[in-house]
Design a binder for this molecule. Structure first.
Ligand SMILES: *[C@@H]1O[C@H](CO)[C@@H](O)[C@H](O)[C@H]1NC(C)=O
Ligand SMILES: *[C@@H]1O[C@H](CO)[C@@H](O)[C@H](O)[C@H]1NC(C)=O
Ligand SMILES: *[C@@H]1O[C@H](CO)[C@@H](O)[C@H](O)[C@H]1NC(C)=O
Ligand SMILES: *[C@@H]1O[C@H](CO)[C@@H](O)[C@H](O)[C@H]1NC(C)=O
Ligand SMILES: *[C@@H]1O[C@H](CO)[C@@H](O)[C@H](O)[C@H]1NC(C)=O
Ligand SMILES: *[C@@H]1O[C@H](CO)[C@@H](O)[C@H](O)[C@H]1NC(C)=O
Ligand SMILES: *[C@@H]1O[C@H](CO)[C@@H](O)[C@H](O)[C@H]1NC(C)=O
Ligand SMILES: *[C@@H]1O[C@H](CO)[C@@H](O)[C@H](O)[C@H]1NC(C)=O
Ligand SMILES: *[C@@H]1O[C@H](CO)[C@@H](O)[C@H](O)[C@H]1NC(C)=O
Ligand SMILES: *[C@@H]1O[C@H](CO)[C@@H](O)[C@H](O)[C@H]1NC(C)=O
Ligand SMILES: *[C@@H]1O[C@H](CO)[C@@H](O)[C@H](O)[C@H]1NC(C)=O
Ligand SMILES: *[C@@H]1O[C@H](CO)[C@@H](O)[C@H](O)[C@H]1NC(C)=O
Length: 813
């Protein structure tokens, strides 16, 4: 009986004494960690003025056991560091990737997490060669760039690799096949391009594959169907082409298949039926996906999220659906749905999100649908009619409702005030009539209200100063009474044009410090323009009202103003020379400077702003308003001289002062209006010669000088020579020039003008900006709004998303 005794003695020694003998982590590992801490502290100190203590590294002190430090975990036997959780250490700024080098010397590491640390630069690939025991590597949410270093592919023990949300480029190499133990491969939100290597089929342990928001192209590799352990495939927002491989049906454990926003074609393979574990199927916005929407999709019992909108997929009119799934999200946007709202939705009692926009649905809004208590309902661009069931508004759930561009009619129910959760409410372009119930002001979460283009009448309700309403469009209705001026402090946009509002221009508009857009054109508003409007104003349109008095001298305090349209009023007095100090009209437009980015950020877009452009009414798409700089003071009773300072407004595209009583000379300085395309000074009392400097206006294509008292030669330039319609110059005193075929006594002959280039320059601007098909935009917008509200973006990516959104919209027709 000696052997067992010996053995237990030995075990006792091993487990209880040995650790106490060498109670500290290896000194070289401690040293490496301290070095890392030092480097990090140095860098942060160098970058910031205020002292930032790295709270998490407080316990990292020399001469202590690094196994007892926070964020560090050691193997209990070998006492070597095996886990480092260094995520979210750096509060802001940026640190260099070389910072990681000391850490990478710890070859015993199994888990390394350095996510969310503002690390920039390339991944120090050579540092990884000794990490032969690494199982999990998380470097996500940093600013790593360059490509994926090949050394990573030799980490044979790796089970989880997360490099998402960086700026990693290059391609994904076939060497990835070396990582045979990989369970999760997450490369989302980088800029990796090229094809998905077929070698990915060797990663037989893979359960999760996310390559979303990259630039992968080419086909989905057939080899993917060998990865039968896959549970999630997220390839959305790439440029992946060709058909969805039929082999996808062999991935029996697949619960998420996200292929939205690619270039896929063909139909939904019938093998998808075999994916009985499928919970999420997202195929939106693949313009090439076509064919019938198979009704068996609704027999996938576990399916919760189904997004098929924005394809060429067509609803199977003959197929009957009796869903076995209980969906939470359903998008069938532009899927050719016809007839009434399908009543198989009746037992989809878990729906949170329903999008049926851009179909040919008709009939009324069914009461049973209202009673489903859905959070987001988007059914714009259909042919739905009748009145809205009052119960639609008696719900705590509804946060987004868009029914724009249908044929709904009747009154907006009183119950609308019950919408305690509603944030976005869009009912524009219907036939709603009658007053807007006062109770609407009880919907205290309301951010955006679009009721434009209906037949609503009566006075518009007063919102309280604590209201959150930021964007309001009630244009093109029949509202009357005093101009509403009672809104919340956070009001950004008020579009109330084309109504029957009366009363004086309210002083209250001064109390909205964030107001960017104020459009009141085509009403019957009187009074005068007050001083002290918000300096954040970018657009002010009061066209076609009865505004009197003069333009206030301190209008130049509105330094962001880019569109000022006061035409067709009764303004008198002289043009203040401070107009020439409107800095917003001097700087060249930049997409980001515009405070409109707020709205773009929220994906909010309201109807085009109507202005007079080249003698016809044009809608300027709000998303592009930052490109415009317009000053229209035409059809007033303005007197006096033209201030020379107007020539400072370098980025002005339109200057219309026609139909006033302006006298004196055209200032030489007008030659400085280098971006001007439309210059209309007609129907005034201007005298003297046309300044020669106007020949500098190389983008000018619409000119009005008629009905003045101008004399002398019309200046010549390749641009001006082309403006030879006699109406431009009619009814002046003694103008001469080749444009009107009146020879000047001492005019010198010029060479014929060159044609093409200027014309093109004009065209590109015009085509890009004017007359966007509103419906499509709105749909895009709503998707975005909804996307925003249903899944909040991770905080650090918001900028990137916003740019993407702009890009997406810029590419729309
Ligand atoms: C911080 O600044 C000091 C002196 O300016 C410099 O010597 C040191 O290398 C810098 N450290 C880092 C990590 O940038
Ligand atoms: C890897 O280990 C070898 C041998 O111990 C050593 O010479 C080399 O410097 C290590 N490389 C890195 C990057 O730590
Ligand atoms: C990566 O970023 C660093 C620092 O921002 C920069 O100096 C370097 O040129 C970038 N490398 C690549 C390949 O873009
Ligand atoms: C698509 O990916 C790009 C990066 O490639 C990103 O900027 C954009 O925001 C993404 N779009 C969406 C809708 O997620
Ligand atoms: C699917 O998942 C189940 C449960 O997690 C597992 O038992 C089964 O082995 C998996 N199937 C495959 C092919 O990996
Ligand atoms: C989309 O896919 C088609 C083939 O289906 C291909 O011809 C086309 O080039 C692809 N477009 C893009 C932008 O990748
Ligand atoms: C639908 O069914 C009708 C008769 O039941 C048939 O005539 C028609 O061709 C079918 N349409 C489609 C698209 O299958
Ligand atoms: C929905 O109703 C259909 C019959 O219309 C029925 O076959 C199906 O089981 C129901 N589904 C759910 C999820 O209740
Ligand atoms: C505007 O209101 C006046 C009376 O205040 C009324 O006579 C007129 O018809 C209204 N116009 C419209 C377009 O509703
Ligand atoms: C306009 O700006 C000037 C100086 O920038 C300031 O003194 C004046 O009070 C401002 N006017 C109004 C009405 O805010
Ligand atoms: C315009 O601005 C300049 C410089 O800021 C200032 O000197 C001038 O008085 C201003 N002119 C008017 C008319 O406000
Ligand atoms: C001809 O030119 C002279 C000087 O160049 C000028 O004074 C005169 O007014 C011009 N005559 C006409 C008719 O333009």
């Amino acid at each position: 009986m000696q052997k067992p005794c010996l053995l237990s003695c030995f075990l006792f020694l091993f487990f209880f004494l040995v650790p106490q003998l060498s109670f500290s982590c290896p000194p070289d590992q401690r040293q490496s960690l301290l070095e890392f801490k030092n480097l990090l502290t140095q860098t942060i100190k160098n970058h910031s003025t205020t002292a930032i203590t790295l709270e998490g590294l407080k316990t990292w002190r020399p001469n202590s056991d690094c196994c007892k430090w926070q964020l560090v975990r050691c193997n209990t036997r070998s006492l070597q560091v095996i886990e480092l959780n260094l995520n979210s250490l750096v509060p802001s700024g940026s640190v260099s990737s070389s910072l990681l080098r000391p850490v990478l010397r710890i070859s015993s590491l199994a888990t390394l997490d350095v996510s969310s640390n503002f690390i920039q630069g390339e991944i120090p690939g050579d540092g990884f060669v000794n990490l032969t025991r690494l199982v999990s590597l998380d470097m996500s949410r940093n600013s790593f760039n360059g490509s994926i270093p090949p050394q990573l592919f030799s980490l044979k023990t790796l089970e989880r690799l997360d490099l998402s949300m960086n700026a990693i480029g290059g391609t994904l190499s076939g060497e990835i096949k070396e990582l045979k133990n990989l369970h999760e491969l997450i490369l989302a939100e980088n800029i990796i391009e090229g094809e998905i290597p077929p070698e990915i089929g060797s990663l037989t342990e893979l359960r999760k594959l996310s390559l979303k928001n990259n630039k992968f192209s080419g086909p989905i590799p057939l080899s993917l169907s060998k990865l039968t352990k896959l549970e999630a495939i997220d390839l959305q927002n790439n440029s992946i082409s060709f058909e969805i491989p039929d082999g996808i049906g062999s991935l029996v454990n697949l619960s998420t298949l996200s292929l939205s926003r690619n270039n896929l074609s063909g139909g939904i393979p019938s093998s998808v039926q075999k994916l009985t574990n499928l919970k999420t199927l997202e195929l939106e916005n693949n313009h090439g996906l076509s064919g019938k929407i198979p009704t068996w999709l609704f027999s996938l019992e576990k399916l919760k999220i189904l997004r098929l909108g924005g394809n060429k997929l067509q609803w199977n009119k003959n197929g009957s659906v009796s869903p076995l799934s209980k969906l939470t999200h359903l998008s069938l946007r532009s899927c050719g749905l016809e007839g009434t709202i399908p009543d198989w939705l009746k037992n989809q009692t878990s729906l949170l999100f329903l999008e049926l926009s851009m179909n040919r649905l008709e009939g009324s809004f069914p009461k049973w649908l209202a009673d489903l208590k859905i959070g987001t309902i988007i059914m714009s661009d259909n042919r739905l009619s009748g009145s809205l069931p009052p119960s639609l508004f008696q719900t705590f759930n509804l946060s987004v409702l868009s029914l724009s561009r249908n044929n709904f009619s009747g009154q907006i129910p009183d119950t609308i005030g019950g919408l305690s959760a509603v944030m976005v409410l869009m009912l524009s372009e219907n036939n709603f009539s009658g007053p807007v119930p006062k109770t609407i002001t009880n919907a205290y979460r309301l951010l955006l209200l679009d009721l434009s283009k209906n037949k609503l009448s009566g006075e518009f309700p007063r919102f309280s100063p604590s209201s959150l309403l930021a964007v309001l469009d009630i244009s093109s209705n029949e509202f009357s009474g005093d101009v509403p001026a009672s809104f919340g402090l956070f009001t950004i946009m008020l579009s109330m044009s084309q109504n029957n509002f009366t009363g004086e221009f309210p002083q209250d508009f001064k109390s909205f410090p964030f107001l960017i857009h104020l459009d009141l054109h085509d009403n019957r508003i009187s009074g005068s323009i007050p001083s002290g409007l918000s300096p954040s104003l970018e657009v002010l349109s009061l066209r076609n009202n009865s505004i009197k008095g003069s333009i206030p001298e301190d209008i130049s305090n509105l330094t962001s103003l880019k569109v000022l349209d006061l035409s067709d009023n009764e303004l008198d007095g002289s043009l203040p020379s401070s107009l020439g100090n409107l800095t917003g009209m001097m700087v060249s437009p930049t997409s980001n400077s515009s405070a409109f980015s707020f709205m773009l950020n929220f994906g909010i877009e309201i109807h085009d702003l109507a202005v007079n452009w080249k003698n016809s009414k044009q809608g300027l798409a709000n998303r592009n308003l930052y490109l415009y700089t317009l000053l229209d003071l035409s059809k007033n009773k303005l007197r006096g001289d033209l201030p020379a300072s107007l020539g400072n407004l370098r980025s002005l595209k339109l200057l219309n002062l026609s139909y006033n009583d302006i006298s004196g000379l055209i200032p030489q300085s007008f030659g400085g209006l280098e971006k001007i395309e439309v210059l209309d000074l007609s129907h005034n009392n201007l005298a003297g010669e046309i300044p020669k400097t106007l020949s500098n206006l190389s983008e000018l294509n619409t000119l009005g000088l008629s009905n003045n008292k101008l004399t002398g030669p019309i200046p010549e330039s390749s641009q001006l020579d082309r403006l030879n319609d006699p109406n431009i110059y009619a009814n002046n005193s003694k103008l001469c020039g080749m444009q009107i075929q009146v020879p000047c006594y001492n005019a010198t002959q010029r060479e014929p003008p060159e044609e093409e280039e200027e014309e093109e320059a004009l065209f590109s601007w015009k085509a890009a900006v004017i007359g966007c098909p509103c419906g499509f935009l709105m749909a895009v917008v709503i998707m975005y709004v909804v996307g925003y509200f249903s899944r909040p973006p991770p905080p650090r990516r918001s900028l990137k998303n916003r740019e993407g959104f702009k890009k997406m919209k810029a590419s729309s027709p």
